[in-house]
Design a protein around this ligand. Structure first.
Ligand code: PLP
Length: 378
């Protein structure tokens, strides 16, 4: 007998849990009709800033726009080097390129998948020796929900006078040394895309900073560079505003967010216990907690991964590959790459496989997934 398919993500089950609060929030927006940057957006900014102990939160239209506004705020552009991991989502590299800057790809740690601070130092040295680009910024990505090694990254950035931008699109809700992500870099960007740990019902994102000047600049940039009145244009900005309906959804979800992070942690631990020894499980970043946006294991090689995927598919268990190609090998980006070898990112792309993880995944489903994984290895 075939068992029912396991959902990779279960937004319907979550919607059922929060239905009354969600409805109340959406109806408030329908009543006041301030659909863009309405009162829900201001309330969300206040609550998110309090959640991660940041002085300011500026809600915007997407995680990508949050990254872009942060780099625009530093006037980063032509001739500037922006260091970032090669093993991440495309948006991290896209944003510097859109602004005319050059992404400099850095390799990652083979066990935790996070940007490798030692390799970052070598890449900065290489860029300075080549003398073609000015080192300006570092985008550290907290991949799959775990934090990057911010103490090490900040020490390097301080020495090299780099602007630090934390791409926390997958990891809002995670902590490092008992401190929420949101204040580890000069500016932190997150995403509310529906599949992220804190997801809206459409696009959305936010910027966090402790700097009053940067927060004011981000508010101006998200609304076409406006000044104190709407019709005073101080700088070239963009349309980066957040909808009130998305803020309403996020406010409803925020009431259960802490419990959901705890549920993701329980599932990750169950995976760890059942799968360790069978496949390579993700190494925990020391002294941290994860938002577990993604739980990825490593198979021996790409053939073993292909076999695993087809066994899982047969059993109605979805598995995904984040990411099948490191960014320096993408057609859109490879001509901007200086040719440095990034062997860890290249190997991970061949071997990595993500298993379902979401707050409504049952214990029985986890057991079934793990039994299927282990049986496929025999
Ligand atoms: C999702 C994601 C983004 C982009 O966020 P959007 O809201 O989809 O624009 C940026 N960086 C990383 C690492 C992401 O996972």
């Amino acid at each position: 007998m075939t068992q029912p398919a396991v959902p990779f993500l279960d937004l319907k089950a979550q919607q059922k849990r929060i239905a009354p609060e969600l409805r109340r929030r959406l109806e408030a927006v329908l009543a006041h009709c301030q659909f863009v940057l309405g009162p829900e957006v201001a309330e969300l900014e206040e609550k998110l800033a309090a959640f991660c102990n940041a002085r300011h939160c500026v809600a915007v239209s997407s995680g990508t726009d949050a990254l872009q506004i942060a780099l625009m705020g530093e006037s980063i552009g032509r001739g500037d080097a922006v260091f970032l991991p090669a093993f991440t989502y495309t948006a991290t590299a896209e944003v510097p390129l859109v602004l005319g800057a050059t992404p400099v790809f850095v390799d990652v740690d083979p066990r935790s998948f996070q940007i490798d601070p030692a390799h970052l130092e070598r890449r900065i040295t290489e860029v300075k020796a080549a003398g073609r680009l000015r080192p300006r910024a570092l985008i550290g990505v907290d991949l799959f929900g775990q934090p990057a090694d911010w103490p090490a990254l900040n020490a390097i950035a301080a020495r090299e006078a780099l602007f630090t931008l934390d791409d926390a699109a997958q990891s809002f809700g995670a902590t490092l040394r008992n401190r929420q992500l949101g204040t580890w870099a000069n500016t932190t960007a997150t995403s509310f895309f529906p599949s992220k740990p804190l997801g809206a019902y459409g696009d959305g994102g936010a910027l966090f900073t402790d700097s009053d000047d940067r927060a004011a600049l981000y508010r101006s940039l998200r609304t076409h560079g406006e000044g104190t009145t709407r019709y005073e244009v101080l700088r070239t900005g963009m349309n980066g505003r957040l909808d009130s309906l998305q803020a309403a959804v996020l406010l409803a979800k925020l009431t259960v967010f802490g419990d959901e992070i705890a549920a993701r942690e329980r599932i990750a631990r169950a995976y760890d216990e059942r799968l360790s020894g069978a496949v390579e499980i993700p190494a925990r970043v020391p002294d941290s907690t994860s938002a577990w946006a993604i739980y990825s294991v490593l198979l021996r090689d790409s053939a073993a991964r292909g076999r695993m995927q087809s066994v899982l598919r047969e059993a109605g268990i979805p598995a995904a590959i984040y990411y099948p190609r490191p960014l320096h090998q993408q057609p859109a980006y490879r001509d901007h790459h200086d040719g440095a070898r990034l062997p860890v990112s290249e190997a991970l792309a061949e071997r990595i496989l993500a298993l379902p993880i979401h707050p409504d995944l049952s214990e029985e489903a986890v057991v079934r997934i793990c039994d299927t994984v282990i049986s496929a290895l025999r």
